[in-house]
Unconditional design. Structure first.
Length: 232
């Protein structure tokens, strides 16, 4: 009986989930898991290249606040927002960071998130329910050499997650974030061919954590930064 109750809670049946960065490796895995758990999906990315699936598809530049607001206004009702869009770049030492490098990492990680939160949170608050899941980074819990701009940007994502949670949790809306370590993607494998890839976080595994946070089973979880370390 307990298992039956848990199974009813840990799924997304009847929900509509917006997934940004849906053409990427993690975004595609999240979209697939959402649909496998019964959700209708709205998939968003800056360019074509979406994985197969039944969800609606929107090509959208998430750094354009007006375009984001217009697109989300046309989506209809939704229950879950998975803010997967983001990016990584090693970069130079802190004292060598260029304005362009700094802006690029903040645009793709922070501006995209801010625009999505601005467009979606008021809608969820008005409904009195909903879940938002962001993607921080385990490495951004502290500064790392040659990753100053990236860890700074992901730190902002984490602080915005906590702040937004405090602002909307009493209105029935959950805002949380996952903090993955290295995600097992083709690019990461190409960049680190000699690493032990078996210890990395599988996108499909991370997608399950994200979908748990989107489910009714996580209704009492607010402002959490959930480490996802892989099989270390």
């Amino acid at each position: 009986m307990v298992w039956q109750l848990w199974s009813r809670l840990v799924n997304l049946a009847g929900k509509t989930a917006i997934v940004t960065g849906a053409a990427g490796v993690l975004g595609a895995a999240v979209a697939e898991e959402c649909e496998a758990q019964g959700a209708r999906t709205v998939l968003i990315d800056v360019a074509a290249g979406f994985a197969d699936g039944s969800g609606a598809r929107l090509e959208l530049d998430l750094t354009d606040a007006a375009a984001v607001a217009e697109a989300i206004a046309g989506v209809g009702e939704f229950d879950v927002v998975c803010n997967i869009a983001g990016g990584f770049d090693m970069g130079p030492k802190v004292f060598e960071i260029t304005d362009a490098h700094w802006s690029d990492l903040f645009d793709i990680n922070v501006t995209t998130l801010r625009n999505m939160l601005s467009a979606t949170l008021p809608r969820l608050v008005a409904r009195g329910r909903g879940s938002v899941i962001n993607v921080g980074a385990l490495g951004a819990l502290q500064g790392l050499a040659s990753m100053g701009a990236y860890t700074a940007a992901k730190s902002v994502v984490m602080r915005l997650t906590e702040a937004a949670s405090e602002e909307v949790r009493r209105q029935g809306v959950n805002v949380n974030a996952v903090l993955p370590s290295l995600i097992d993607t083709p690019r990461n494998r190409a960049d680190m061919p000699k690493a032990d890839h078996s210890t990395w976080v599988a996108p499909e595994s991370l997608a399950k954590v994200i979908c748990f946070l989107a489910s009714d089973a996580a209704a009492d979880i607010h402002g959490a930064l959930v480490p996802v370390r892989g099989r270390v």
